[in-house]
Design a protein around this ligand. Sequence first.
Ligand SMILES: Cc1cc2nc3c(=O)[nH]c(=O)nc-3n(C[C@H](O)[C@H](O)[C@H](O)COP(=O)(O)OP(=O)(O)OC[C@H]3O[C@@H](n4cnc5c(N)ncnc54)[C@H](O)[C@@H]3O)c2cc1C
Length: 405
Amino acid sequence: MQISPIPTLSEEINDIRLRTADIVANRIIPNEGIIYAGGEKSKKLRKEINEEVKKQGLWAPHLPSEYGGMDNGFLELAYMNEILAWSPLGNRLFGVIAPNSGNQKILVKYGTDEQKKKWLIPLINQEMESGFSMTEPDSAGSDPRSLKTTAVKEGDEWVINGHKIMTSNGNRADFLVVMCKTEEDSDEGGANSKMTQIIVPTDSPGLTKVRSVPIWGHTGGDHMEIKYENVRVPLENALGARGSGHQAAQDRLGAGRVYHCMNTIGQMWRAFDIMVKYSTEREVHGGKLETKQFIQGFIADSYMDIQASRLMTIHCSEIMDKEGDARVDISAIKVFVPAAGTRVVDRAIQIHGWRGVSSDTPLAGMYQGFRTLRLADGPDEVHRILIAKEILNRYHDGLSWDFGV
Ligand SMILES: Cc1cc2nc3c(=O)[nH]c(=O)nc-3n(C[C@H](O)[C@H](O)[C@H](O)COP(=O)(O)OP(=O)(O)OC[C@H]3O[C@@H](n4cnc5c(N)ncnc54)[C@H](O)[C@@H]3O)c2cc1C
């Protein structure tokens, strides 16, 4: 990994990038095998890297400094994450552990002082684990307004009933942020004001972990199917105002989509690096791979995919930092970047032959991750519809689309 300062960036962001690159290239990537293997050696190494990251002031780049984070805006994060994510372990070792990181952000924004003390601080200190429980087997995850889980107020408690699926980290979690319908359809307000997010400890009576859903054949994952049957939690466990659940979910998922794109770019960049190096080394049919025009095409197309993804994500991050309306740009990168990532990794896998699909390279894992992102974070179709709707609305209002803002 060779990272040079970018002339148009501040000294501070360049410094963050270079120090991040140093840890990722010299401490994490050469030790990925040991860290993945688990056991005492892995634990010791992870602790050492965590300490180094903290010493360098690079811990929890997603959090405000009052919670031990770096106070980064989206743009700083975009430039840092494209380096950090070269290793799939990067985020975790820099203190960004999904879905805890998303719950931390939501608790920072919507939590009361009491909730912050009880849930946020232990989450940040890694004394607790958490999950986000929104998707249901019997309603369309792509349309959260259709969800069926209810929370009904009884005395000073919420009584929750529902059936959720794909609650990541659900088995390990000490608490879940559960998306519930708290208002009747006939109540005042639109469909977006009928939901509330409620904090539910996983040891609550009536909460049953049914099974972990295997993903890509991995049976040891932690994407849980969960039933809530008359689960009772105190009213003060509502996160934010009653009816604010949809907005809170949009805040969480909107930012999450951008972070996922930043991470995808880091991984694509690494896949590209591995692919180009291999093409200069591997001899096939009387010449190095790099001399074959098919492979040159792979390299050129991958350069374009990565640079387009980076620039779109940086543009989106700029809008988010300026608190502009980034909906179209978030949806655009949400669709474009994982698809571009899938193309880049697919080419890298192809030129590596058997190595590409083996665990000797990180490529197979990247491929599965990028493919999954095309349906998680809201399936691509829904985002395409949103982009087209927003653009058409402007034209119907007698305006045109301005790509520059
Ligand atoms: C690895 C992984 C982890 C996840 N973790 C979590 C988690 O922690 N918490 C959580 O709550 N959820 C989680 N999810 C669920 C994820 O958010 C949902 O799968 C996603 O929102 C889509 O919902 P659905 O699967 O119910 O698809 P549906 O809404 O049933 O849609 C099915 C398909 O229909 C198509 N489609 C949908 N709408 C339209 C349309 N308007 N026009 C045309 N086609 C359309 C799309 O191709 C879509 O993929 C996770 C999913 C995965 C794969």
